[in-house]
Design a protein around this ligand. Structure first.
Ligand code: MN3
Length: 215
């Protein structure tokens, strides 16, 4: 018997795990309003529209990303946009947290000390030219890596320029920071550490281990 397979009819916006003014002063309510209600909503709507041209059954966004090379640019951009932003909101929190657990151990093993990890992540974010994302991923060898991707490319995509299972992602599009920081990208990246949800990052680390052990 075929196992039951959920099929996604329409992608929808996630529920934000905080209020839109909760991240102030690191990210303002004005930025959240535009970023979530306009930009993210736009990716969801355009993704649903773009998928009307296909009759493939999709059971998860992760699965779609892993087969993205068989779709057109509109599916690629908007599926990436939807996943990237959903991940981004989930790893933000108004309640300051310190990194801990297995993820912290692995970060220290790969980049020690922790401050060096922050420095390398900042370098990746700052040196990325144009719109894109900075990432901490687990690669297929189970090792943590820092990198960046252009536009809405996601490291799970089968044709991504930087691949891995994303654990933390930082939006480096101007719409993410310009209202609050204008051209001062460095300040925006520094403020990110005030609002990282390390509980969720740790959960994603565990998820990454499962992702590769299932392959
Ligand atoms: Mn964005």
């Amino acid at each position: 018997m075929e196992p039951d397979r959920d099929v996604i009819e329409k992608f929808v916006l996630p529920i934000l795990p905080f209020e839109k003014n909760d991240l102030e002063p690191n990210i303002s309510e004005a930025t959240m309003n535009v970023h979530f209600n306009k930009h993210h909503m736009g990716y969801v709507n355009k993704l649903n529209k773009a998928l009307e041209n296909y009759d493939s059954e999709i059971s998860s966004l992760e699965e779609l990303l892993q087969n993205i090379s068989s779709y057109d640019a509109s599916v690629r951009n908007n599926a990436g946009g939807h996943y990237n932003h959903t991940l981004f909101w989930s790893i933000l929190t108004p309640d300051y947290q310190e990194p801990y657990g297995k993820l912290l151990n692995q970060i220290e093993a790969a980049f020690k000390p922790f401050e060096n990890f922050q420095k390398e992540f900042k370098n990746a974010a700052m040196s990325h030219f144009g719109s894109g994302w900075a990432w901490l991923v687990m690669n297929k060898k189970g090792v943590l890596e820092i990198g960046s991707t252009p536009n809405q490319e996601n490291p799970l995509m089968d044709d991504a320029t930087f691949r891995g299972y994303p654990i933390i992602g930082l939006d480096m599009w101007e719409h993410a920071y310009y209202l609050d920081y204008q051209n001062n990208k460095a300040q925006y990246v520094d403020a990110f550490w005030n609002i990282v949800n390390w509980v969720e990052a740790e959960r994603r680390y565990e998820e990454a281990l499962l992702f590769y052990s299932a392959k």
